[in-house]
Design a protein. Sequence first.
Length: 463
Amino acid sequence: MTNNKLSSLTAISSIDGRYREKTEELSTIISEYGLIKNRIIVETSYLVALSDAGITREITEDEVKKLNNITDDDIKKVKEIEKETRHDVKAVEKMLRGKFEKSSLSDLIEKIHFGLTSEDVNNISYRLLLKNATKDILIPTLSKLLKGLTKRAEKYKTIPMLARTHGQAAVPTTVGKEFAVFAIRINRELSKLKSIKLTGKLSGAVGNFNAIHYVYPNTNWLEFSEKFISSLDLEPNLTTTQINTPEDIIEVLQTYQRINGIIIDLDQDLWRYISDHWFVQNIVKGEVGSSTMPQKINPIDFENSEGRLGIANSLGDFFVRKLPISRLQRDLSDSTTLREIGTFLGNSLIGYKSTLSGLSRIEPNIKDIKNALNKDWSILGEAIQTFLRKENVDDPYSLISTLTKGENVNPEDWSKWVDGLSVDENIKTKFKKLTPENYIGLAVELTEKAIKEIDDSKNANDN
């Protein structure tokens, strides 16, 4: 292949190659394009803020429109200039100088990037990327996944199912209750993700406003910085070195990591349920499960999600370790690291969409779920021994443990065993009414309570 033009076949990263369709909506937000655009927004907004503060002449409404008119050509020009400058933020400044050199803004050219350090622009730009990608792409996708889980929790809340602990038969639960567990976990982390406020720093070379305070000592630069950062919907951070302290970014990334861990847990459980034939996958015409075994329908969506979210979380671990550390007042290692935030979010998005796809294809196999549930009635032993404790029967746990003798207990065996107990007949009658299908505790009520909590939190966020 002689043509090295970027395509799904030549992309080095599978995010921009094989999975391009799943990540394309991120491409103008969390990419180099998006980063440059946000740098331009910060620079032009800063120029307007200087005007509002009386540092420069008043900028007219038409001039504000010119400043806000960012074109694709502007962004391409920045990349061309950067080949010469080998400095990304300086390239933005030079592009803006050239763009407004022959306009009514020409007298303000020297106030572009006035008194700033590159990190004043970059720290804000990266946070705008993260904020916008989270708000516009990741949260809506996670909300769809949450809705799908909540819908299934409601739909299947009364279907009894055998629960396993340590991989062994435990006691019954319901299909819907198990969906509700994942839904409530994701909802709680999603609520945290929505509430995190990212910060911004605009305070010069080492965070002390040295240059601009020296030149304009009578301006309240602390107030200026707070107002400017707030105007971009960020939380002002005034006590910094050259870099903005990264704990806010880390908080966002760790929230994503927890969400990703929950979804990996979901992927693995659904994979096992499919393997046990408790869930069946809808057949998609033309789809091939195996190159040699035509009978197979592989749970590839859940497997793909598990892998992608694992990659994202591994990268997130490095972010969490690296970002808090910068030698003295600044080194550049954080800058090259932050360029991979798109890789973290891209892999996460692929994972979320893959789980959504897998979820849309599965249905509970009621017959096999019921057969597995009724295979061994000894799972009712928990209920009986607990009730006998209430009745002060001596060591009911040992009594129950001798019931199975390593063999499955069928309904007839169970009834005979109950008849042999030295308890009142009314208690025996009560025990005989107990079955694996009605021994589900408060699973339905817990499911409904979880759904209500999710609905209430959604309504609170909407308001």
